[in-house]
Write a protein that binds this ligand. Structure first.
Ligand SMILES: *[C@@H]1O[C@H](CO)[C@@H](O)[C@H](O)[C@H]1NC(C)=O
Length: 211
């Protein structure tokens, strides 16, 4: 098996891992952002309903039930956005719902809106960092080669905003690896392991670089 193929396989495994994590987007992050940037009580109510429906959609096993809950969650997110189209948190919620529904391109567009200059003011630094990591994940998942440059830009900003984000360093390592920047990749994987010693993807990354 050539190095190229090993790398492809590693990326695939990491991407699958990412989807697992994506579906369990830090709930505390959602709880945190829901308290900020609400322009009206009604928008707030729809946002909370949407976040709760999303949490239920993620936890139920029955796929039909999950799909219906996700649809209901999307309706709530849209209602929240109707009250306040510049609410970054509601756009992030919508992105997470779309991702769960398998609409990754649309999820990416919602994150683009959340991170655009018009909406971004309502996000704290670490929330922006989380959203950037998520956008980079989607970019890599959707089209690794073409979007690796923009994923790197997002991740470099993300590790500046939330320097304790092990996953961001690990993804950055993979991106550097794809670009052939081995030394930078090694440093990123090492940082990921320093932050989260049990990170398998980061260890596997270091092993790939060592061969
Ligand atoms: C999932 O839920 C739907 C609707 O409630 C039901 O008709 C279906 O039989 C369930 N499927 C499984 C596999 O339990």
């Amino acid at each position: 098996m050539g190095t190229d193929m090993v790398l492809q396989l590693a990326i695939l495994v990491l991407t699958l891992g990412i989807f697992f994590v994506l579906h369990k987007y830090p709930r505390q992050a959602l709880n945190k952002i829901r308290t900020r940037g609400r322009s009206t009580a009604q928008a707030n109510r729809h946002f909370i309903n949407g976040a709760q429906l999303l949490a239920r959609a993620r936890s139920v096993r029955n796929r039909t039930t999950a799909a219906n809950l996700a649809k209901d969650a999307a309706v709530e997110a849209d209602k929240a956005l109707a009250f306040d189209p510049r609410d970054a948190a509601a756009h992030i919620l919508k992105a997470l719902i779309l991702d769960l529904m398998g609409h990754k391109s649309s999820a990416l567009r919602s994150l683009d809106t959340a991170l655009s200059s018009a909406a971004a003011k309502s996000l704290s630094g670490s929330d922006r960092g989380d959203a950037l990591v998520k956008r980079a994940e989607l970019q890599i998942a959707l089209n690794r080669k073409r979007r690796v440059e923009s994923a790197v830009v997002d991740l470099e900003e993300a590790v500046g905003l939330s320097p304790a984000n092990s996953k961001a360093y690990c993804l950055l390592g993979v991106c550097y690896e794809m670009k052939g920047m081995k030394e930078e990749a090694r440093k990123a994987f090492e940082e990921a392991i320093r932050l989260e010693p049990r990170s398998d993807p980061a260890r596997q990354g270091l092993n790939r670089l060592a061969t």
